[in-house]
Design a binder for this molecule. Structure first.
Ligand code: GRF
Length: 193
């Protein structure tokens, strides 16, 4: 997909809407020698996102966009991404759907993490639906983003076992822990493709 030239790392933007624990794990990974990416920009639709605090600590620029006028906003985002020479985007708990036009501009260079074993349980409220269906396993998936929700090509998945007294909170916690390991591994895989 994205080829590395010399020792130059790929400038990446991470899009978040909330806690940013995946952002945190991606920042940690990006600082390792083996990482093919650096994180140069954090983008959010939510100026109150907790994860934004990672911007200051790690000296990474942040930008907040109000998604009410999506088309206009996406054009503004595209110029900000261009200005920062961003070549790859990692969605990490980003709760807005990007338009086909935006995705085409970064074709094959947008990744997302989803807390289920896709193609099962696309969309929201995954853990509750998994438990209501009495599934034995759930997990998480890193995939390329295309214009259909949670439907792009799968890069990596991690399965977790659902225990007897599992609640949606315990399951979310268990899966999130795996997400933090899976996203960096998926990025390494993308660069070795
Ligand atoms: C994660 O479970 C991710 O898979 C989902 O939203 C959650 C974000 O968590 N899309 P965090 O903001 O990275 O802590």
């Amino acid at each position: 997909m994205v080829k590395l030239t010399g020792y130059k790392k790929i400038k990446t933007a991470v899009f978040i809407s909330g806690n940013g624990s995946n952002l945190k794990s991606l920042i940690k990974f990006s600082k390792t020698r083996k990482s093919p990416i650096t994180i140069n920009l954090i983008i959010t639709n939510n100026p109150k996102a907790k994860g934004l605090k990672l911007s200051k600590i790690n000296k990474i620029k942040k930008k907040s966009f109000n998604f009410k006028k999506k088309n206009e906003i996406e054009n503004q985002m595209l110029s900000v991404l261009k200005k920062h020479e961003i070549k790859m985007i990692c969605l990490a708990g980003f709760m807005k759907i990007l338009s086909r036009n935006f995705i085409t501009k970064f074709s094959g260079k947008i990744l997302n993490i989803h807390p289920s074993l896709l193609p099962k349980y696309k969309g929201l409220n995954t853990h509750q639906r998994v438990l209501s269906n009495k599934e034995k396993y759930s997990g998480c998936t890193v995939h390329f983003v295309n214009s259909k929700l949670d439907s792009g090509k799968i890069i990596l998945q991690k399965k977790v076992k659902i225990t007897k007294n599992e609640t949606k909170n315990s399951l979310a916690k268990k899966i999130l822990k795996q997400e933090h390991k899976l996203y960096p591994r998926a990025i390494l895989k993308v660069f070795s493709l």
